[in-house]
Design a protein around this ligand. Structure first.
Ligand code: PEP
Ligand code: MN
Length: 360
């Protein structure tokens, strides 16, 4: 070997050793940043502190003796800071109770005799609003006949216009319970006010928190104080992170029985009521151990595409489907255009089941 080759080899070895030293230092730095992140989390301070970052960069630039110029040093360290920040964020996620990193096994929620999030897929169906005993009973009977175990029906309706039907309130919950008891169905209804929770849980088996209230932190906290299962809808414009943090509000108060439901998000698209975000399903299943459902009615607002969307949701890993059913949708007091009538519901169910995607 020539002297030149010898020194090339030697320099390469030194570079390799330096790389390893750098790696060791970067790992040490990440650990320190992780500890700092935990302290900041405990104090409720955000991870990113631009003033502190500027101070660190200023110190580094002042100490820079070359051969890299200041701009290069700034660029390199900005990347290191960014990597640490991302690591701190990952660490935070690990600490969420709802995170699958925190609990690898899926949460299974027992509602009456039904398991949500277990091996079998689940169907939740019923009218947009509880309008009368007769109307709710007709749907309850159809669910019983079809073997669908959970009856939905709104009693407190968060309507866009204050002049639209606002729901029957507690009377609606009482009707739901009467029909549920009659047919052995579990019931679910949306609650919009923390003050109604205590009374409502005497009548319903699952508290629904609607899309418009996903950011209502006082309602989330109050639902977290109960021990009644909660179905939490994704907000109209909520990110996955916001959605999971909303769930965290509930479980952190001790109520671990939370189900997530994708119900479409607002986009520029007009041919559907909302845009069904199918990618939310595998993401939520991956990031969280909570059951994940998909509301095909409110996400699409179109009866003609409910079955393919339900199949897509199941194929993507959803634990269940929610759909609106009314004995006579044309005269429904809310969401008249999008509810299935009873024969349409039976067809919908058959089509979904025949796909083999709805697990028995
Ligand atoms: C509902 O399910 O009755 C409802 C109002 O849905 P969302 O909150 O998703 O709009
Ligand atoms: Mn509705």
């Amino acid at each position: 070997m020539s002297t030149n080759e010898n020194s090339l080899e030697l320099l390469r070895e030194q570079l390799d050793a330096t790389n390893l030293q750098l790696l060791e230092l970067l790992s040490q730095r990440a650990e320190l940043a992780g500890q700092l992140g935990k302290l900041k989390e405990a104090q409720g301070v955000p991870d990113f502190d631009p003033v502190r970052e500027q101070q660190m960069l200023d110190k580094l630039i002042a100490a820079n003796r070359g051969p890299f110029d200041d701009a290069t040093i700034r660029q390199l360290f900005k990347n290191i800071f960014k990597a640490s920040l991302n690591y701190q964020k990952e660490e935070h996620k690990k600490h969420l109770i709802v995170s699958r990193k925190n609990q690898p096994d899926s949460t299974i929620i027992k509602v009456k005799d039904t398991l949500v999030g277990g091996k079998a897929s689940i169907m939740v169906a019923g009218p947009c609003s509880v309008e009368s005993y007769q109307q709710t009973r007709e749907v309850g009977a159809a669910l019983k006949e079809a073997g669908v175990p959970i009856l939905r029906g709104g009693a407190f309706k968060p309507r866009t216009s204050p002049y639209d039907f606002q729901g029957l309130g507690v009377e609606g919950l009482q009707i739901l319970k009467r029909v549920g008891d009659e047919f052995g169905l579990a019931t679910i209804s949306e609650i919009v006010d923390p003050r109604h929770l205590e009374e409502a849980i005497q009548y319903i088996d699952i508290i629904q928190i609607g899309a418009r209230n996903m950011h209502n932190f006082e309602l989330l906290k109050a639902a977290g104080e109960t021990r009644t299962p909660v179905l939490l809808k994704r907000g109209l414009a909520a990110t996955m992170e916001e959605f999971l943090h909303a769930a965290e509000y509930i479980v952190s108060r001790g109520n671990t029985q939370v189900m997530l439901i994708e119900r479409g998000i607002r986009t520029y698209e007009k041919w559907t009521r909302n845009t069904l975000d199918i990618s939310a399903v595998p993401i939520l299943k991956k990031e969280s151990h909570l059951p994940v459902l998909v509301d095909v009615t409110h996400s699409t607002g179109r009866k003609d595409i409910l079955a393919p969307c339900a199949k897509a949701a199941l194929a993507a890993g959803a634990d269940g489907i929610m759909v609106e059913v009314h004995p006579n949708p044309a005269v429904a007091l809310s969401d008249a255009q999008q509810q299935l009538n009873i024969p349409e519901f039976h067809n919908f169910l058959s089509e979904v089941k025949e796909s083999g995607l709805f697990k028995a």
